[in-house]
Write a protein that binds this ligand. Sequence first.
Ligand code: GLU
Length: 278
Amino acid sequence: MPTHTTRFAPSPTGWLHLGHAYAALFAADRAGDGRFLVRLEDIDATRARPEYEAGIFEDLSWLGLKWEQPVIRQSEHVAVYRAGLEKLRALGLLYPCFCTRKEIQHEIAQAGNAPHGPDGPLYPGTCRGKSAAEGEERIASGEAYALRLDVVKAMALAGKELSWIDRAHGAFTATPAIFGDVVLARKDTPASYHLAVVLDDARQGVTRVTRGEDLLPATHLHRLLIDLLGLPVPEWEHHRLILDDQGRRLAKRDDARSLRTLREQGWTAEMVRKELGI
Ligand code: GLU
């Protein structure tokens, strides 16, 4: 098997469950003799908790995994995200958005037939045409804002079709406009998932990004960000999701399926692998 650098990138916002076990074991397997990294996606400081972080290491060790040190915490690398944002800003691809959730919903309801993306209705572009002076003034006055990517402008700047390969699903041409003008940062959040993940994977030298199929659409946007930021293009492999008895994907609130609960009930790592079909 070719050698890869892969990573498992959980958020320390809950206990790991069987779905995380599958993602972690899958990533470690795809590294082959290469590097397997763990990255803590704790950029949402309001939800990340130290006990969940400790739980992640405990659960992964219990599963028999070994990962490279040191482990990167997103919260400790805010300068990297700021630099990425600055690059996009200098290209003229970001604009501040001052709309509240309510205002956006109202605008979408008014429009009637609003286009939908993987995460719901697309932002209607209310703040896109505002002057830079107005934006600067409102930011300086302390107003809350999000920084959005002008996706049409960004695709025009990329200027070519962007392709990407998923080892399980084949070749794709990137269609980042499915997300509309996505939020890349907020006043108090230095980077959204989309921005942080491409910058982190690049600087950690990740060559194969493995994660659940629920994030396959996001890769269309990531491929564009990678191009705009001049980052190396990895390959991807989106894997199946682990479902509960009702066929729903596991969520952090399903404590009954958390690895620590299973362990307390006497499960072994071997039993987890068997349950996951590994
Ligand atoms: N923190 C993300 C999650 O838990 C990781 C997604 C990814 O691997 O890109 O879903």
